[in-house]
Design a protein. Structure first.
Length: 156
C-alpha cells in the first residue's frame, strides 16, 4: 500500500501544502498521514503567522508558561485535526512529534514505511537560512524515498 507523509508547519502556506499534497496522494490512491514537528517553542510565540484553516490556538500560548510543550502539543493536534476535517477524509492519520524537524520527519517516514514525503518550501530571511538551514533541504539530502516539494513562495 502506498503511504504519503505530509509535513505541515503553522505558516500561512500550510493550507496550500495540505491541499496539494492530499490531491497528489489521492491520485496515487495512497494512505495519508499529516505530521507536525514541535522543534522550537519560540516559533509558537511569534505573531508573524496568521491563523489558518480556522486554527488560532497557538496565538494564546505564552512562551513563559511552565507547561508550554503540553499546550503546544494540544494546539498542534487540534491544528492537524482541523486540517484533516478541511480535507474531508476521515481515514487521514495525524502525528505530532517533538524534536529536530528534519530528523523527525525522516524518522516518521521510516517508521510509517512512507513511500513519499510531501513538504512545502518558502523563502526565508537570509540570516535564518544561514543559521538554521532549510528543513526541506535537510530532508531532501537524507531521504530514502521520493520527496514531493510544493513551492509556497508568495507571488509579488
Amino acid at each position: 500500500m502506498k503511504k504519503v507523509l505530509i509535513a505541515l508547519d503553522y505558516g500561512p502556506t500550510a493550507q496550500k501544502v495540505a491541499e496539494a499534497g492530499f490531491e497528489f496522494a489521492k491520485s496515487l490512491n495512497a494512505h495519508v498521514t499529516l505530521i507536525h514537528v514541535i522543534a522550537d517553542p519560540l516559533y509558537y510565540s511569534s505573531t508573524a503567522y496568521s491563523p489558518i484553516m480556522g486554527f488560532d490556538g497557538y496565538m494564546g500560548i505564552g512562551i513563559f508558561q511552565p507547561d508550554i510543550i503540553v499546550g503546544i502539543r494540544n494546539a498542534s493536534e487540534d491544528f492537524l485535526n482541523k486540517t484533516k476535517m478541511h480535507l474531508g477524509d476521515e481515514t487521514i492519520q495525524t502525528m505530532v512529534i517533538e524534536g529536530d524537524a528534519a530528523m523527525s520527519i525522516l524518522e516518521a517516514a521510516k517508521t510509517l514505511h512512507a513511500t513519499t514525503i510531501i513538504m512545502g518550501t518558502h523563502s526565508q530571511k537570509w540570516l535564518e537560512a544561514i543559521v538554521m538551514g532549510s528543513v526541506t533541504a535537510k530532508v531532501l539530502n537524507d531521504a530514502s524515498v521520493p520527496l514531493f516539494i510544493i513551492p509556497t513562495k508568495q507571488q509579488a
